[in-house]
Ligand binder design. Structure first.
Ligand code: AMP
Length: 285
């Protein structure tokens, strides 16, 4: 069923909890693809009931980002979610979530602010306030849905680490289930933003996975110094690629790594034309 209000969702959750059923939550911004579907399938498999939220959260977009043009495909999303066995698609308006008139102004909203150490790097560096918006909406969704399990993709690895930290620090009674990155046949990590790429840019976008996969094979062949590993990236970068970051960080606390090991995640962000793409790879196994 498709629900638009917090009250309707709460009522349904109340009934399920009374019946002793477990609830899984998959938070999304819609424009669902196979990546989202993998999270949904995991939830449907693990939980008695699954809620998918579809909400393009205005407070996690920075000025000048793509909030207005972000793809909105609710009918198709609903169809995809329900055929995968989802029980509730929760698609609130911004006014339902944040109240009329207070939508874009953080002067009138209580925020959940993740620790500075986790947000002053990688995507948080160029997207000021982004993770405040993410943590605030995820916390709100947790309070509305009260999920036993919530499913997050490793595609947004910094987000996943920050959400896990929030859940621990605030003693939120929800278990976070990480889900592996789903890629297109040629290796590009699936993303709703891939829709913005033209034909040439779609080809150029393979640079992210080429760099990451190459670093992993160099690591496996014995190179552990992260500076040396990072240098291998330059063989792949062309003038059409603008590298925002390529960093080696710890999978738990995002500490910078000088020497790569099994706990290292390699994070990359590249701008292809006007489209900013992110990807990452774990050096474990
Ligand atoms: P979004 O709609 O982009 O906010 O993503 C919603 C959830 O789906 C997040 O937890 C993402 O990490 C996850 N997700 C998006 N793309 C992928 C992908 N290619 N593989 C795995 N998870 C993904």
């Amino acid at each position: 069923m498709l629900l638009h209000t917090i009250a309707e969702v709460r009522e349904q959750i109340r009934i399920w909890k009374k019946q002793g059923l477990t609830v899984g939550l998959v938070p999304t911004m819609g424009a669902l693809h196979e990546g989202h579907l993998s999270l949904i399938k995991k939830s449907v498999e693990k939980c008695d009931k699954t809620v998918v939220s579809v909400f393009v959260n205005p407070i996690q977009f920075c000025p000048g980002e793509d909030f207005e043009k972000y793809p909105r495909t609710l009918d198709a999303d609903r169809e995809m979610a329900e055929s995968a066995g989802v029980d509730i698609v929760f698609a609130p308006s911004a006014a339902e979530m944040y109240g009329e008139g207070h939508i874009m102004s953080n002067d009138f909203l209580t925020y959940v602010i993740p620790p500075f150490f986790y947000v002053n790097k990688l995507c948080g560096k160029s997207r000021t306030g982004h993770f405040d918006g993410v943590c605030t909406v995820v916390n709100k969704l947790f309070n509305i849905v009260q999920p036993d399990f919530a499913f997050f993709g490793e595609k947004d690895r910094q987000q996943l680490i920050i959400i896990k930290k929030m859940v621990k620090d605030l003693s939120i009674p929800t278990e976070i289930i990480p889900c592996p990155i789903v890629r297109e046949a040629d290796g590009l990590a699936m993303s709703s933003r891939n829709k913005y790429l033209n034909e040439q840019e779609r080809k150029d976008a393979l640079v992210l996975k080429n760099i990451l996969f190459n670093i992993k094979s160099c690591y496996n062949s014995g190179i552990k110094d992260t500076e040396a590993l990072a240098e291998t990236a330059f063989n792949f970068l062309k003038s059409c690629h603008s590298l925002e970051y390529l960093e080696f960080r710890d999978k738990n606390d995002l500490e910078l790594k000088k020497t790569a090991d099994k706990d290292t995640i390699v994070f990359i962000a590249v701008k292809i034309g006007n489209v900013r793409l992110i990807d990452n790879i774990s050096l474990e196994n």
